[in-house]
Design a protein around this ligand. Structure first.
Ligand SMILES: *Cc1c(COP(=O)(O)O)cnc(C)c1O
Length: 391
């Protein structure tokens, strides 16, 4: 039996609540969406939640709400899914990258400070910085917040991987160190709604802006009307928005999934500690979680400085699916063709790209499967080593 690198967890009750929602009066824009927003915001200790049809849409409306416009600069780390940077380009902004920290693969705060100091002199400071909590481990949020205060940028956390993690005891999403946090509910992420995402914030103005943007920029709230009209069918468009709405049956699934979040995070952490307990030998470096934070372990990224691609091929041949999260964004032709980015500016991202590999980790992975992954890794690398010594 093949072992996937990731897999959603759908139970009988998940199927039941979707079935029931499909029999109800509402398919979209019913009572489930606000219920899900409230439940998730409460869970992560934020005031407001804005549910949308993907994390990509959430990033887009969040950036607009934060005031990002044509010509503004948005900074993020290059080791992320393309959507993080694409969302900034949708707004007409310039995207610039900061190298990753070699220990947690999120934005490196030393590199960030250096670039901020250079940018200040030339009046090229960013409007928004997007820390990406890669694999589920939060970035150095306290330092990023301090830099934000010093240099005057806003902070948007891309926590697509990190629902259920925490930093200094605060749940990711509490926005203690940021303006907005975004989560993804794609099937491989921590909880799923099929496609879906949510932006959470403590700022009512930002929440209201994002709600307006997700539904065509149209409001039906009489207290916010700009023109006089007391008819009950009346509505107004105030800004150029989108159709980024989440459906009610997705929100029902999300609500039911959210009930199992603690279990999901625990299981993933248990699987990760079992990998660590087994040990992968000296040729493989294991991911480390810093003392002051917890990881949701959305991914288990090992580092294989020598023989990574041979290992990846052999694992696939043995029915073990692996993946690479992620190719640094500046290496995609769409980004590299602009010749704006120089890979040598990002030494840690480059060495990550040469050595990283995501091995299977999901809520229902068994100890037997974990042992099979580990044993295959160790055996393959031993064989490669012997072959090398013969030549
Ligand atoms: C999955 C992901 C996204 C996009 O999420 P969607 O819900 O698929 O749009 C954005 N950023 C990161 C880091 C992701 O992993």
């Amino acid at each position: 039996m093949d072992i996937p690198y990731s897999k959603q967890d759908i139970n009988f009750r998940d199927r039941f609540v979707v079935w029931r929602a499909l029999k109800s009066k509402w398919l979209t824009q019913g009572p489930a969406v606000p219920e899900f927003e409230e439940a998730l915001a409460t869970r992560v200790k934020a005031r407001y939640g804005v549910a949308v049809n993907s994390a990509t849409s959430a990033l887009h409306v969040a950036l607009i709400a934060l005031g990002v416009q044509k010509g503004d600069r948005v900074w993020t780390s290059p080791v992320t899914f393309a959507a993080t940077a694409n969302a900034a380009l949708y707004c007409g902004a310039e995207v610039e990258f900061i190298d990753i920290d070699e220990s947690h693969f999120g934005i490196c705060v030393t590199a960030l400070r250096r670039k901020l100091e250079d940018a200040r002199g030339e009046n090229l400071l960013p409007k928004v910085v997007i820390p990406v909590h890669l694999a589920g481990q939060p970035c150095d949020m306290r330092t990023i917040r301090e830099l934000g205060n010093e240099f005057g940028f806003r902070i948007l956390e891309d926590a697509s991987h990190a629902l259920g993690s925490s930093f200094e005891g605060s749940p990711t999403g509490s926005c203690q160190f940021s303006d907005i946090t975004v989560f993804s509910f794609h099937p491989v992420k921590m909880i799923t709604t099929g496609e879906g995402g949510m932006a959470v914030t403590n700022d009512k103005l930002l929440a209201d802006k994002m709600k307006l943007l997700r539904s065509h920029g149209i409001t039906r709230e009489p207290s916010s009307f700009k023109l006089q009209n007391s008819a009950n069918w009346y509505y107004e468009q105030h800004v150029l928005g989108f159709n980024y709405r989440m459906t009610d049956f997705q929100a029902r699934l999300g609500l039911n999934q959210l009930k199992r979040l603690t279990k999901f995070v625990t299981r993933r952490n248990m699987a990760a500690s079992y990998y660590n307990q087994l040990g992968f030998g000296s040729k493989i470096q294991m991911p480390m979680v810093r003392q002051d934070r917890t990881s949701s372990f959305h991914l288990f990224i090992i580092s294989v400085p020598s023989g990574r691609d041979a290992l990846a091929n052999e694992l696939s041949r043995n029915g073990i699916q692996v993946s690479l999260h992620y190719i640094p964004i500046y290496r995609h032709p769409f980004y590299s063709e602009s010749e704006k980015y120089n890979p040598s500016d990002f030494p840690n991202s480059e060495s990550f790209y040469k050595s990283a590999l995501s091995i299977p980790l999901f809520t229902s992975i068994s100890r037997k499967q974990l042992r099979r992954v580990r044993n295959t890794c160790v055996e393959v690398l031993e064989k490669l080593d012997q072959a090398e010594q013969r030549t």
